[in-house]
Design a protein around this ligand. Structure first.
Ligand SMILES: Cc1cc2nc3c(=O)[nH]c(=O)nc-3n(C[C@H](O)[C@H](O)[C@H](O)COP(=O)(O)OP(=O)(O)OC[C@H]3O[C@@H](n4cnc5c(N)ncnc54)[C@H](O)[C@@H]3O)c2cc1C
Length: 506
């Protein structure tokens, strides 16, 4: 059972909100956070559209063996719902999914859910959002997409894919009925999912071939079991769990400083990473990254190098040339026999809100975002009144908990909805959003994320996923909804579509 903590400044304080109809798209960590905080603020006309038959987001979808969080759960959970029952510091995905299910139940959100209902289109009518699903169209005053950045798997188009005679699946579309016992498995990619999967299946599969394009920077994963006594302590003395959360926070500040430019933190984190590789990866060829630390996601692991040393695991660093009926051929001409090919190839992270067709006051969102997604504070887009994003552009973090960002957004959005309730539809001022974007892109241009290609960037190189600073800065900047940053949407009615993104930086 989840402990319920205070949730800051969001109590209703006698304020009764009844009229505003709110649609939330997505029931992952983000959608659940904002729905809960809106309910706490007195909003009851909430509809949460979720395309899957159940809640949970990535923790529902990523069924691959070994899937677990890589930020300690005391921080990778809601501050207002600490969970004394975690069985590990880095619990497996099933436990995180159970936590989210319990949150939905305990927060009273079940009745608000519309499961198995995919939103395909949303259009601003001039006074409301018309949301279209297979069941028809409905109108809402406020639209909150909480669709995640990592919810659409990417599978590369490889020559010969149609000829491949084995089973192929993405880590996020895992077919649990496929028994890997005694099979030859190839894993394409060495990102965050692959680094969890490979150690989990080595030994069960007859052989695992790891097809690596770039070796990851790694850090030791200080995982540990929370035994019965520790859990009892978490239950009875909540300050212990709060201290674990604070301790994790401090550690993520160091890793955050390392990726956002502090030379000292880079030296400290780089030294830890190199030492881990020198000790655990001794004698292994092809595991040394040749790009800057933090440019791609730094991965936490305790068993990656040990697994690569196993006789039944091979690390292949030659590029994949094509698939063949019997397996995978690499550029060095070697054919690797494969029964099961696993794509650990990540997600379409830069394509926010796709494939939903979103049409605002000024036109389609695709047009507004033709140079890459952007939003004021990652939340509000000019031309799109009463639309507030969770985990929107430039709000991802590679070093701390995304849930911390979700909470910041949810608090801000509650204030925005209250403002809408009192004053009618609002839209972020274009000059405010563009100035914010210019600042963020200026900072990102100097960041480590422009030093290599990664899922953080669009094809043109613009970093659209990541927040350039520390999480604390994001919390501070989203603490207060500033009405001056917005204008009544009615003020724009009848004006023509803006020509532009001229002042936006690349
Ligand atoms: C394997 C994995 C491990 C991760 N580990 C960590 C970690 O340790 N720490 C960390 O901070 N982050 C981690 N992340 C990042 C993760 O994306 C976030 O932490 C967080 O879970 C995102 O929550 P969300 O609700 O914003 O998005 P999601 O969890 O992606 O949820 C989005 C929801 O929207 C639904 N949806 C999408 N489109 C529609 C539509 N058109 N209509 C209706 N419903 C729709 C989806 O079905 C989904 O349920 C991990 C991601 C993955 C994939």
């Amino acid at each position: 059972m989840i402990a319920r903590g205070p949730i800051g400044n969001l109590s209703t304080g006698g304020y009764a909100a009844a009229v505003t109809r709110v649609a939330i798209i997505g029931a992952g960590f983000g959608g659940i956070a904002v729905a809960h905080q809106l309910r706490q603020a007195g909003y009851r006309d909430l509809t949460i559209f979720e395309r899957a038959p159940e809640v949970g987001g990535v923790w529902r979808d990523n069924l691959y063996p070994g899937c677990a969080c890589d930020i300690p759960a005391p921080l990778y959970s809601y501050s207002f719902a600490p969970n004394p029952e975690w069985t590990r510091r880095f619990p497996p995905r099933a436990e995180i999914l159970d936590y989210l299910r319990a949150c939905v139940r305990d927060f009273g959100l079940t009745a608000h859910l519309r499961l198995g209902t995919e939103v395909v289109e949303a259009a601003w009518t001039g006074s409301a959002w018309r949301v279209v699903t297979a069941a028809g169209a409905e109108e809402f005053d406020v639209l909150i997409p909480a669709m995640g950045q990592l919810s659409r798997p990417v599978i590369p188009v490889l020559p010969g894919a149609a000829e491949f005679g084995g089973i192929a699946m993405h880590t996020a579309q895992w077919d649990a009925s496929v028994d890997l016992t005694g099979r030859r498995v190839a894993v394409l990619g060495t990102g965050a999912s692959a680094i969890q999967l490979v150690p989990a299946i080595a030994g069960q599969a007859a052989h695992v071939t790891v097809l690596q394009r770039t070796p990851p920077w790694t850090l030791p994963k200080p995982d540990r079991r929370y035994g019965r006594l520790r859990r009892a302590l978490h239950r009875r003395v909540p300050v212990v769990l709060r201290a674990a959360r604070a301790g994790t926070w401090l550690l993520t500040v160091v890793t955050g400083k390392a990726v956002t430019g502090s030379r000292l933190a880079q030296v400290v984190v780089g030294t830890i990473s190199r030492t881990q590789r020198a000790i655990q990866g001794r004698g292994l060829a092809g595991v040394r990254p040749d790009y800057a630390l933090g440019c791609k996601r730094v991965l936490f692991t305790g068993d990656w190098y040990r697994t690569l040393r196993r006789p039944d695991v091979s690390l292949v660093t030659s590029d994949v040339d094509r698939l063949t009926p019997a397996g995978v051929r690499t550029a060095d001409g070697v054919e690797h026999p494969v029964d099961v090919l696993v794509y650990g190839t990540g997600f379409a992270a830069t394509e926010f809100l796709a494939p939903v067709r979103v049409h605002g006051r000024t036109g389609p969102l695709d047009a507004e975002w033709r140079d890459g997604a952007y939003a004021h504070l990652g939340i509000a887009v000019p031309g799109f009144p009463n639309l507030f994003l969770m985990y929107g552009p430039n709000t991802n973090t590679g070093n701390t908990s995304v849930v911390y960002f979700h909470e910041s957004q949810a608090r801000y959005i509650v204030q925005a909805v209250r403002h809408v309730d009192a004053h009618g539809p609002v839209e972020v001022r274009r000059e405010v959003a563009e100035a914010f974007d210019a600042e963020i892109q200026r900072r990102l241009a100097r960041s480590v994320w422009t030093a290599c290609s990664s899922w953080y960037r669009t094809a043109t190189g613009r970093v659209v996923t990541n927040w350039p600073g520390m999480a604390g800065e994001y919390r501070a900047r989203t603490k207060v909804f500033r009405p001056a940053d917005y204008a009544p949407a009615g003020q724009f009615q009848g004006t023509s579509a803006p020509n532009g993104l001229g002042s936006r930086s690349q």
